[in-house]
Design a binder for this molecule. Structure first.
Ligand SMILES: [Zn+2]
Length: 141
């Protein structure tokens, strides 16, 4: 699963070219907008990947693609500071959703407890769950 985010100070804004191309190729409800509503649209993500970040981004933006495991659908959160966005997985939300699906399944309570135990002990590598912040790169020594 992929999403778009803005990787610099400024704010999420698509270039006119990306917006026009999106309008041509896609009829999703966000097609007319250069807004953040379009960040999850697969057609727009494809366009950004084709055009590259520079051509897809508005004047004060650096539009980038972040990719997450499909199991995290619905658990992606955006943090924003002065328009600079980072994307992360809300691990608590992910675990709650996983537990909910165990509760909805028809397994025995014993098996359910075992599966919930597995979910709670599942370790997530935080580095893989977060978009990079290119404007805040540390110098390598
Ligand atoms: Zn679209």
């Amino acid at each position: 699963m992929k999403v778009l985010y803005n990787g610099c100070y400024g704010g999420f804004e698509l270039s006119d070219e990306a917006v026009a191309e999106h309008g041509k190729r896609c009829d999703c409800s966000a097609a007319a907008a250069a807004s953040t509503q379009a960040r999850g649209c697969p057609v727009l993500i494809e366009i950004v990947e084709e055009l590259g970040s520079e051509r897809s981004s508005g004047r004060h933006s650096e539009i980038k693609v972040a990719e997450f495991d499909d199991k995290f659908v619905g658990c992606i959160r955006f943090d924003e500071y002065d328009g600079l966005e980072t994307v992360r997985v809300d691990v608590m939300e992910y675990k709650l959703r996983s537990i909910q699906s165990v509760l909805k399944s028809n397994c025995s309570s014993e098996e359910g407890m075992e599966r919930i135990r597995g979910i709670l002990s599942e370790k997530q590598d935080c580095d893989l769950l977060r978009s990079k912040m290119p404007t805040l790169k540390k110098k390598k020594e």
